[in-house]
Structure formats: structure tokens, C-alpha cells
Write a protein that binds this ligand. Structure first.
Ligand SMILES: [Zn+2]
Ligand SMILES: [Zn+2]
Ligand SMILES: [Zn+2]
Length: 153
């Protein structure tokens, strides 16, 4: 990842924070940075270790959790619910709504996550919920298996 990628990602996150009247604070930036640096999803305690190491201060877990919650809320980070790990959304400007979920393809071997969007699938789930009189507040679509790269190795 080059610097331009980082600059663009930071500028985008900052813009989204301002749009909802919040600040892209230093802890939020540090958490975002460690996720940007990582090739695969990270758990909150991995992020805590990285942030504490690189900034030589005693960052508290609640700070990390609040930053993660914020980054998910503005749509730049996703939480993989099944193992409570976090990673950078690969579809900029898309995954902002809470009731929208990409299909997460999660590799059991290397931990990489691929995001695909299947509108028909989302629409089916939304109308199924609607038909049951259910008010959908959040959708998570996770699939676990072995990615194409790992199958070829
Ligand atoms: Zn996404
Ligand atoms: Zn999306
Ligand atoms: Zn893999």
C-alpha cells in the first residue's frame, strides 16, 4: 500500500466524520491506521497492542472499542461478527447503511475477507423480513471456507 492510498483513506474517513458532526480524533486515526496496515482482519486486542507499541502510551481497551464502533458507523470498517474481528471496507462509498451487508467470503486458512455485493440477496432478505412484520436493523452475511488463492497453493 502506498502513501497515496493512506492519504485518500484518511481524507475520506475525515470527511465522513465531519458529515455526521464528529471529529476524526487521534485514537480513531491510530486504530484506522493499524487496520489499514493489516492485510487481514484484526481483533481489538491486536489493535490495542499495535497502537500501544507504536505510540508508546497506555491506550485503554474502551478507547479502542469506541474507535472501532465509530469506524464501523461511518462505513470504513466492517466487523466480522462470528469472530469479532475488524477490517477495512473494500467498497468505498458503498457500505454505509446498517441494513446493507456485503456478502463476506472469509478464508479459514489465510483469514482474508472478500466482499461481494448481491443486491438480489439483500432484497430477498429485506422483503422476507418485511413480510414477517420484522423491522430489520442490521444484516450480516458471512460465508466461511477456503479462498481461491489458498486452494491453489
Ligand atoms: Zn464494505
Ligand atoms: Zn457495500
Ligand atoms: Zn485464503
Amino acid at each position: 500500500m502506498d502513501n497515496l492510498y493512506f492519504d485518500a483513506a484518511f481524507a475520506d474517513a475525515e470527511k465522513r466524520a465531519i458529515q455526521i458532526g464528529e471529529r476524526f480524533t487521534e485514537p480513531r486515526k491510530q486504530v484506522f491506521q493499524s487496520l489499514l496496515n493489516s492485510q487481514s482482519p484484526l481483533k481489538a486486542y491486536d489493535i490495542l497492542n499495535q497502537v500501544s507499541n507504536s505510540h508508546e502510551k497506555n491506550t485503554k481497551p474502551p478507547t479502542i472499542y469506541r474507535a472501532l464502533e465509530f469506524l464501523c458507523r461511518i462505513g470504513v470498517v466492517h466487523k466480522i461478527e462470528s469472530d469479532a474481528s475488524y477490517y477495512i471496507c473494500s467498497h468505498n462509498n458503498h457500505c454505509k447503511s446498517a441494513t446493507h451487508s456485503p456478502l463476506f467470503l472469509i478464508c479459514k486458512n489465510c483469514g482474508q475477507v472478500e466482499e461481494i455485493h448481491i443486491n438480489e440477496l439483500e432484497n430477498s432478505i429485506q422483503s422476507a423480513a418485511l413480510n414477517s412484520g420484522f423491522a430489520l436493523s442490521k444484516m450480516m452475511l458471512e460465508v466461511h471456507g477456503i479462498c481461491a488463492k489458498c486452494q491453489n497453493n
